[in-house]
Design a protein around this ligand. Sequence first.
Ligand code: GLP
Length: 238
Amino acid sequence: MQVFVYQSNERLIESVSEILNQTIKETNGPIGLATGSTFEPVYKHFLANYELPGEIILVALDEYSGIPVDHPSSFRETLLRQLVIPAGLTEKNLLMPPATDNQEQLDAFESRLSAIGPLAIQLLGIGTNGHIAFNEPGSESNSRTRKVRLSEETIEANKKHFEGEMPSFAITQGIATIREARKLLLVATGISKAKALATMFAEPSTPASHIADHPGLTLIVDTEAASLIPERLREIKD
Ligand code: GLP
């Protein structure tokens, strides 16, 4: 695992965007996208500096359940608005986990992923409780795409970004699904993420700890988020 600690937020964003561009140039995808406030400036930077190939496949990690797919705060709409449409692509480029209770359809999403995969890179954020995608605490390392109940902490953290009543359920790729990507790029900023990141190294049962031994894992974090990561692992950047 590599842990790059950026002192400048601008450099951090640039660096994530550069890695994304480099991976796309080398592999042509498919690329796993994350939704959340951490990635919004990354997508902005990417759009201002690079291009997405017209035929690229972009795959989302998760989606809220119980809201229409075209709800303005759905992850589908968010990714279309923040990256896909401004990049000149369409919803045909974006593969979403289906917002359904039907496990057969969720298994079909897994099959589709296997057919197009493995992902060249999966972008990941982390929840303040250590969740990865919507794999909340208690998620197993062998979990697959499924419907989950969101924790109170997640509902509280995400409701400020949600227009209307925040859903209590979501569909998420499982930990085992996420681990199939060739590279995982976990990005975290701010002191609110410090404890969650520390659990990757100290508590071998949190969702984030289940990806800690992935051979292609890179963490890109700012000084605050890194503050509880063992010092010997930190590689300081500008
Ligand atoms: C959401 C998403 C995660 C994301 C996390 C962090 O709940 N399901 O994939 O990593 O929250 O979000 P933010 O970047 O807004 O802190």
